[in-house]
Write a new protein. Structure first.
Length: 347
């Protein structure tokens, strides 16, 4: 019990630090949004009334700021600045109402969505890997730990596996007994899109080594949305595909050459796919595939598997941590990213 309490305190301390960090990062994002909205007010071509209404409704959802802001009384200056910035954005939108300007609406929409994701940092919990439909949304990691203050979502289609990911306010998951990717939007509580991944195996045809209908694995990194799967044409080797999050179309695919049934789990960071050689104790990060150069290398990075059975492993690009589900335990691994500096001075 003392060990569990100690671990919980460490997690809470880490969460508090990260929350304060993302609040500081949000301050810059809000200022950037404010500047771009002011540019929108100066032109006369691109932002029509319907699109403006959509943005205004989205901003309305961000007011008032979530209660998480009021938890940090020790940093009231930052909190008040963030509240002021959101107020400025709303006033700028009102100014844009009369002069719909020449502005990249899609870019603005994505920035608002990114802001929404930051301000509504949640934990989503899906129990089991077979025919489940219930998703629990917790406001904070602490709520998840204590099992309190959650909202329930009932998906219209059951899922398969554990390779689901939440990206820009939507859940991307594998529809049960199919190779169909489903995009479920949490706020509207509706399925926005369904699309088949051509030739992808499903129903335990090409799972990870632990099984569990893990044929399709959706993941996200700094550059967007990805899917890991395999096909008969690829002889059971891992295929990594970059997906358009709006249409679920495959933008590009890479055949990594690594047999998926020999992989314990996989995750992607900055366009590089990392694969473990087992889901059991003694696992290592054994293989890395770089999509930038379409090349691979074998690695030998120890991966501490404290509870001896990993059935989910994903990277969170916002918090720069790995989340795993390990034999009934949610385990978080910190990730440190290093920039390699070339002799030419380019990063």
């Amino acid at each position: 019990q003392v060990q569990n309490i100690s671990q919980s305190m460490e997690v809470l301390d880490l969460r508090t630090f990260r929350d304060l960090q993302y609040l500081r990062n949000t301050e810059g994002l809000l200022r950037g949004l404010d500047a771009r909205l002011r540019l929108a007010a100066e032109g006369h071509k691109g932002l029509n009334a319907r699109r403006f209404q959509e943005l205004q409704e989205k901003m309305r959802e961000l007011q008032p700021l979530p209660p998480v802001l009021d938890q940090y009384k020790s940093d009231t200056r930052l909190v008040e600045q963030l509240k002021g910035e959101v107020g400025n954005l709303s006033r700028t939108l009102l100014a844009v109402r009369r002069e719909m300007g020449a502005y990249d609406y899609e870019e603005l929409q994505q920035r608002v969505l990114a802001l929404e994701a930051r301000l509504h940092a949640c934990v989503w919990y899906m129990d089991g890997y077979y025919k489940g439909r219930r998703v629990l949304e917790f406001r904070t990691l602490n709520d998840f730990i204590t099992g309190q203050n959650f909202v329930q979502h009932l998906l219209p289609h059951p899922w398969a596996g554990t390779g689901h990911v939440v990206f820009n306010g939507s859940l991307y998951y594998n529809k049960y007994q199919s190779n169909i990717a489903v995009k479920y939007h949490f706020r509207s509580r509706s399925v926005l899109l369904q699309r088949s991944l051509p030739g992808a195996g499903y129903n335990n045809t090409f799972p990870y080594s632990w099984g569990g209908f893990s044929d399709l694995d959706f993941m996200a990194d700094e550059s967007g949305l990805w899917a890991v799967y395999t096909t008969n044409q690829n002889a059971g080797n891992i295929v990594l595909s970059r997906l358009d999050p709006h249409t679920l179309e495959i933008l590009r695919s890479w055949d990594t050459g690594y047999p998926k049934r020999s992989a314990g789990e996989a995750f992607i960071i900055c366009g590089t796919l990392y694969v473990t050689n087992s889901h059991l104790a003694g696992a290592k990060i054994y293989f890395a595939y770089d999509t930038g150069t379409s090349s691979y290398e074998y690695t030998d990075i120890p991966f501490h598997n404290q509870y001896s059975h990993i059935s989910m492993l994903d990277y969170n690009p916002r918090e720069r941590v790995l989340y795993t589900w390990n034999n009934g335990h949610q385990v978080i691994y910190n990730v440190t990213l290093f920039h390699l500096i070339q002799t030419s001075g380019e990063l």
